[in-house]
Design a protein around this ligand. Structure first.
Ligand code: PRP
Length: 181
């Protein structure tokens, strides 16, 4: 599996440091108010689990799985919810936790969904952001690292559902995904 890796972008120690820094920012921002933390599956599983352990407010853990279908989702405001959260978000502070923001379509639509459901406040934290790929303008409230337009895997991120369990974030060799087209 590691033969498929072009280079490591962020190793475990760097990720760990950044996760704690993000947690400090988030703690300051909420000033102890309780939150609903929404893990957007599957990619954010490791990041979200690591992050919420450093949060000092009351955290309700929720899991969600969604699919968006490009720009159509933004214009219609709809996305397919494959697995929904259990909590009622009405009047609550929601923190959406993502592994990566690419086109910005999923997060724009997901924020819209929680707004429709009556959340009091909706914030987004993402481990990675690829600003060069945006189709809709979207900025997370908290971002771990901005990455160039390379294929990133590891620490939850996949290619064809593989490589998620790598403990670091890495660029995948171009030959891996080009050969399988
Ligand atoms: C990734 C990521 C976001 C979405 C971002 O999920 O976790 O949810 O894509 O892309 P966008 O900004 O272009 O909308 P993915 O669909 O790969 O699912 P996964 O987390 O299960 O791998």
């Amino acid at each position: 599996m590691t033969n498929d890796i072009e280079c490591v972008l962020y190793d475990e120690a760097r990720i760990d440091r950044r996760v704690r820094e993000l947690a400090r920012e988030i703690n300051l921002c909420y000033g102890g108010r309780p939150i609903i933390a929404v893990f957007v599956l599957k990619g954010s599983a490791f990041f979200a689990s690591d992050l919420i352990r450093w949060l000092d407010m009351e955290v309700t853990m929720e899991f969600m799985s969604v699919s968006s279908y490009g720009m159509a989702s933004v214009s219609s405001g709809r996305l397919t919810v494959k697995k929904d959260i259990d909590s009622d978000v009405r009047g609550r502070d929601v923190l959406i936790i993502e592994d990566i923001i690419d086109t910005g379509v999923t997060l724009t639509t997901l924020k819209g969904l929680f707004a429709e459901r009556g959340a009091r406040d909706i914030k987004v934290v993402t481990m990675l952001s690829k600003p060069s790929r945006r189709l809709v303008p979207f900025e997370a409230d908290f971002t771990g690292f901005e990455v160039p337009d390379v294929f990133v895997v590891g620490y939850g991120l996949d290619y064809a559902d593989r490589y998620r369990n790598l403990p670091y974030i890495a660029a995948l060799k171009r030959s891996v995904y080009e050969n399988e087209k």
